[in-house]
Design a protein around this ligand. Structure first.
Ligand code: AHR
Length: 505
């Protein structure tokens, strides 16, 4: 049976400009993300810094705009000074968060150079787990002060005369989580974040500071954490973070495909709470969301984060999830939701980037390849330009165990007047039915289809692997046609499709 969906685009239904920081990612000193991932000095394709050129090329192709660094849970025990200066004198430390050894061969200076090589903006997190205001200020001085102070001169002596001018700073990581080193109550964290933020802004009032929100919408403190933290830190911060990971549980693909319903609930709850605090404080400032960890993560299949073994290894294989076509369809849908909320979500980071729950995988000494999730991210980052348009969607629903009724189709559009182009991103969440979507794009003055890209496979469990790295790839969607501004496209079951359009005569 073929079902139908009606999507109407209205050029005046603008959500917000597409914030380029929406296509950020995240690099943590965790498992083989940094070491034996983006950094492998013995690899035949390594550059002078030891960074793999093949990985840099894939990161560029992915269209990553900002990179959050160096954690994650790792940052809550990190001493940033360990990672500067001559490499041979850098100490080996235990990383308690991931029960690993840290060689410190990559630190802020190397990572800033890697960001420059990938064309991405560095977004830095400070340690508010085992450290505090003084160390955050020291790192800020080392990174951003032009010259003439102890730490800026030290940076210059370490090879970076020009400051890094890092704009976005995260005030710790997941401080609501009992697993976090130095975990705090909302009251304690709100007070510490406020003091740290206020001190950092005394150094540079234009910094963009992210206060920790909840580690997930299922946290017992969700909502109340945001309220209490913002009551204390509102005046000093610019963003509140959201973190969310999704997975298929118990073979319930239908619920998994509707995961973006939770992401929407998360964003709505956090922005409502932030706005209530704003009103109570009679503040003229609006706090935006930095969705700085989001992805698919088969967390249930991993060792519990607190279940540690006796071994301490450098760069162990951790969290190396292999992603399926269905996972990539969900990821594409999460991007649709992020785009649809860009009036408040102005920064986001796909967690993570290389090997660890990542779109890019590597073999030590061997190839680097694209996971299935690479494709919707890269295509959305490339095609989503201009402003986001909120579509009106009429379609069937299906019942899910987790979310109740869910629409079978989700979609969002972007319009770029400057280049005379538009793009529509759609998912079909049905497990069995193809859907013919009619997209009324007459108000945009659409004249032709420029490109289609579809992620679908007869086997939704298909994956890429080192043996078959291109088993899953994007294909055109040949069903797409446009006539008099009406676009028709057939969406196969469990699929993600992007259609790029040309405007004008
Ligand atoms: O991204 C993996 C981990 O997930 C991060 O270290 C932490 O912030 C979150 O719990």
């Amino acid at each position: 049976m073929v079902s139908h969906a009606q999507v109407t685009l209205d050029r005046s239904a603008v959500v917000a400009p597409v914030p380029r920081r929406l296509f950020g990612s995240f690099v943590e000193h965790l498992g083989r993300c940094v070491y034996d991932g983006l950094y492998e000095p013995s690899h035949p394709d390594a550059d002078a810094d030891g960074f793999r050129r093949d990985v840099i090329a894939l990161v560029k192709e992915l269209g990553v705009t900002t990179v959050r660094y160096p954690g994650g849970n790792f940052v809550s025990g990190y001493r940033w000074e360990d990672g500067i200066g001559p490499r041979e004198t850098r100490p080996v430390r235990r990383d308690l968060a991931w029960h690993s050894l840290e060689s410190n061969q990559v630190g802020i200076d190397e990572f800033a150079r890697w960001c420059a090589a990938t064309g991405s903006e560095l977004m830095m997190a400070v340690n508010l787990g085992t450290r505090g205001i003084a160390e955050a200020l020291d790192l800020l001085e080392y990174a951003n002060q032009p010259a003439g102070t102890a730490l800026s001169d030290l940076r210059a002596a370490n090879g970076a005369v020009e400051p890094y001018d890092i704009r976005m700073w995260c005030l710790g990581n997941e401080m609501d989580g009992p697993w976090q080193l130095g975990h705090l109550t909302a009251e304690e964290y709100g007070a510490l974040a406020a003091r740290t933020a206020s001190a950092m802004k005394m150094a540079d009032k234009d910094l963009e500071l992210v206060v920790c929100g909840s580690s997930g919408s299922a946290m017992p403190t969700f909502g109340e954490w945001e309220r209490v933290v913002l009551e204390r830190a509102y005046d000093h911060v610019d963003y509140i973070s959201c973190h969310a990971y999704y997975q298929e549980r118990g073979g319930d693909l239908g619920s998994f495909l509707a995961s973006s319903i939770d992401m929407q609930f998360f964003i709505d709850t956090v922005t409502t709470t932030a706005d209530q605090v704003k009103r109570r404080r009679r503040s003229s400032k609006t706090i935006d969301v930095s969705f700085d960890e989001w992805n698919i993560w088969y967390l249930d299949e991993h060792q519990s984060l607190t279940d540690v073994s006796d071994t301490w290894e450098f760069a162990p294989h951790l969290l190396e999830d292999v992603y399926s076509v269905a996972d990539a369809v969900v990821l594409g849908n999460l991007l649709i939701t992020l785009l649809g909320n860009t009036d408040r979500v102005t920064s986001a980071s796909l967690a993570q980037l290389v090997n660890v729950i990542a779109p890019v995988r590597t073999e030590p000494g061997g190839i680097a390849w694209r996971q299935t999730t690479f494709f919707p991210f890269a295509t959305t980052s490339r095609l989503a330009r201009g402003v986001v348009l909120r579509p009106t969607i009429t379609c069937a629903t299906y019942e899910t165990a987790v979310y109740g009724d869910a629409a079978v189709v989700d979609a969002v559009a972007t319009l770029d007047e400057e280049s005379g182009s538009a793009a529509v991103f759609l998912v079909n969440r049905s497990l069995t039915e193809p859907i013919v979507a009619t997209i009324d794009a007459r108000s945009l003055g659409v004249s032709a289809i420029r490109e289609t890209a579809m992620l679908h496979d007869a086997d939704p469990n298909a994956t890429n692997s080192p043996a078959d790295p291109a088993r899953v790839a994007l294909r055109p969607n040949p069903s797409a046609s446009v006539e008099d501004g009406l676009l028709t496209v057939t969406l196969p079951p469990v699929s993600w499709t992007a259609v790029a359009l040309t405007l004008g005569d």
